[in-house]
Design a protein around this ligand. Structure first.
Ligand code: ARG
Length: 472
C-alpha cells in the first residue's frame, strides 16, 4: 500500500467518516447534515427487496465470472444472516450509514469480510434504490389489489341483500328517480373495478429491472442484465440507464391511481355520512365503525367514512409532492429522489388502511328500508315515468314533459304525490291518461321498467351481480 492509500483507508476508518464514500473526504460529515441526509428511518422498510436485489446481483456477477464461487457463497450466507437479524429485531440500524443499502452492506462486510466489499461491483446505490422501490411497490400493489377485491366482494354481498330495496336516486342532491340500493352499490363496484385496473396497469409498466444501470451510464463489467432481471421476476431490463436511475414515473402513477381510488372512497364516504344522518336516516353503520361524543351522549359519529374522506387530502397532496419533486430534475439521479419515499409510503399505508376499513364496514351496512322507500315517494320521483307513459300513448316527449310539469305543479299545491291524484284529476292534464297509469306511478313499476343492461330494475341488478362475481 502506498502512503496515499494508507491515508485514505485510515480516513475511511475514522469514526464518523463514511466507510462507503469517505475516501476523498478530509473531515467528518456534520452531525446534523448526517441526520438531515439520511433516509434509513424510512427506507429500511425495503430491506427485503434490497437483500433480494443483492442476491440477484451477486448471482449475476458470479455467472459472468466477476465474482468467485466462494465469494458468492459467503455473500448469500451473509445476506441470509442479515435478513434474519433484521427480522428478529437484532439488527442495529445506524443513521451514520445513511440508508438501508449501506446499513445492510456494512453489516454484511462485518460478517463476511472482503467478499462483502465485492458485492457492490458494477452496481451503484442509484440502480439499487431504483430496483428496490420497484420490487417493493410491485409487491405492495398486490396487497392493494387484494384489499380492493375484498371490498368489491363486500359490495356484492350488500348489493345482493338489497337488490329489491328502493331508494331515491339523486341528481343535484335533489330526488330524481327511484333506484334500487343494489344498483347504487354496483355503481361503487364499478369505480373500484377501474381503480384495480389502474393499479394492475401501473404494476405491469413498472415491472422492468434497473440493475446494471449502475450510477447512470452503465458499467464496464461484462454484466448479464437479462439474468438479474429474470432472477427478480422482472419482465425485462430497463432500456436506458440514464432513464432507469432517474425515473420515478411509477411512483407518480401509483400515487395517481391512489388519489383516484381515495377520491372514490371519499365520495362513498360522503354518501355514508349523509345517509346515516338523522335527516336522511337511510342506513345504520355498525357501532364498531363509529364513535361517540365525550359531551353529547346521544351522538354516534360516522368516524370511519369521515376519516377516509379526510385522508383523501393527504393522498392527493402526496401526488402533488411527487410531481413537484420530479418536475425540475435534470438527468440522471439527484438526491432529490430520496424524497420520493415518504409520500409514496404514506400513500400506500393510507390506501391500505382505508381499503381495509371499507372492506370490513361495507358488507355490515344495514338499510332502513321503510325510510328509504318513503324518501323515494317524495319529490315526484316517478314524474319521468308519467311522461314516458304519455309518450307510449303517442305524445311527443317534449309535450309530455310539459303536461307532467303542470301536473307536478298542481300536485305540489295540493301537497300530494302524483300517484295520490285521482284519475279524473290526472285526466285534467291529458285525456290520454287511463286507469293503467297508476301502475307506472308506483316506485316498483318505475324501477322494474328500467330493465336493460346497466339499468336499475332488480332483474337487471341480479344479472349484473352475477356478472360482477365473475370479475372479482
Ligand atoms: N438513499 C438514497 C435514495 O433514497 C439512495 C441512493 C443514493 N445515491 C447517491 N448517489 N447518493 O435515493
Amino acid at each position: 500500500m502506498s502512503t496515499k492509500d494508507q491515508k485514505k483507508s485510515a480516513k475511511a476508518d475514522q469514526p464518523g467518516v463514511n466507510q462507503s464514500w469517505g475516501g476523498r473526504f478530509s473531515e467528518e460529515t456534520d452531525a446534523f447534515v448526517k441526520a438531515f441526509t439520511a433516509s434509513v428511518e424510512f427506507d429500511q422498510r425495503m430491506y427485503k427487496q434490497d437483500i433480494a436485489g443483492s442476491r440477484a446481483h451477486a448471482r449475476m456477477l458470479n455467472k459472468v465470472s466477476v465474482l468467485s464461487d466462494e465469494d458468492l457463497t459467503a455473500i448469500l450466507k451473509g445476506l441470509d444472516q442479515v435478513e434474519q437479524e433484521i427480522e428478529t429485531g437484532r439488527f442495529e440500524w445506524s443513521v451514520s450509514l445513511e440508508d438501508v443499502h449501506m446499513n445492510i452492506e456494512a453489516r454484511l462486510t462485518a460478517l463476511i469480510g472482503d467478499a462483502g466489499k465485492r458485492l457492490h461491483t458494477g452496481r451503484s446505490r442509484n440502480d439499487q434504490v431504483a430496483t428496490d422501490i420497484r420490487l417493493y411497490l410491485r409487491e405492495q400493489i398486490g396487497h392493494v389489489i387484494r384489499e380492493a377485491r375484498r371490498l368489491q366482494q363486500g359490495m356484492l354481498a350488500l348489493a345482493e341483500k338489497e337488490v329489491d330495496t328502493i331508494m331515491p336516486g339523486f341528481t343535484h342532491l335533489q330526488v330524481a328517480q327511484p333506484v334500487t340500493f343494489g344498483h347504487h352499490i354496483l355503481a361503487w363496484f364499478e369505480m373500484i373495478a377501474r381503480d384495480i385496473s389502474r393499479f394492475a396497469d401501473c404494476r405491469e409498466r413498472m415491472n422492468q429491472c434497473p440493475l446494471g444501470s449502475a450510477a447512470l451510464a452503465g458499467t464496464s463489467y461484462p454484466i448479464d442484465r437479462a439474468f438479474s432481471a429474470k432472477e427478480l421476476g422482472f419482465n425485462a431490463p430497463t432500456a436506458n440507464s440514464l432513464d432507469a436511475v432517474s425515473d420515478r414515473d411509477f411512483a407518480i402513477e401509483f400515487c395517481s391511481a391512489s388519489a383516484m381510488l381515495m377520491t372514490h372512497l371519499s365520495r362513498m364516504s360522503e354518501e355514508l355520512v349523509l345517509w346515516s344522518s338523522a335527516q336522511f336516516n337511510f342506513i345504520d353503520l355498525p357501532d364498531r365503525f363509529c364513535t361517540g361524543s365525550s359531551i353529547m351522549p346521544q351522538k354516534k359519529n360516522p368516524d370511519v367514512p369521515e376519516l377516509v374522506r379526510g385522508k383523501t387530502g393527504r393522498v392527493n397532496g402526496n401526488l402533488v409532492s411527487l410531481l413537484t419533486l420530479m418536475k425540475s430534475q435534470p438527468l440522471a439521479y439527484n438526491k432529490d429522489n430520496q424524497e420520493d419515499k415518504e409520500p409514496l409510503f404514506d400513500t400506500l399505508d393510507t390506501v391500505l388502511g382505508s381499503l381495509r376499513a371499507f372492506a370490513d364496514m361495507v358488507p355490515a351496512i344495514e338499510c332502513k328500508h321503510a325510510n328509504m322507500y318513503a324518501a323515494a315517494k317524495q319529490g315526484f320521483s316517478t314524474a319521468t315515468d308519467l311522461a314516458d307513459y304519455l309518450v307510449r300513448k303517442g305524445l311527443p316527449f317534449r309535450d309530455a314533459h310539459e303536461v307532467v310539469g303542470s301536473a307536478v305543479a298542481a300536485a305540489l299545491k295540493k301537497q300530494r304525490d302524483l300517484s295520490e291524484l285521482s284519475l279524473d284529476e290526472l285526466r285534467g292534464f291529458s285525456n290520454m291518461i287511463d286507469e293503467d297509469v297508476f301502475e307506472v306511478l308506483t316506485l316498483e313499476g318505475s324501477v322494474a321498467a328500467r330493465n336493460h343492461i346497466g339499468g336499475t330494475a332488480p332483474e337487471q341488478v341480479r344479472k349484473a351481480i352475477l356478472d360482477a362475481k365473475k370479475r372479482v
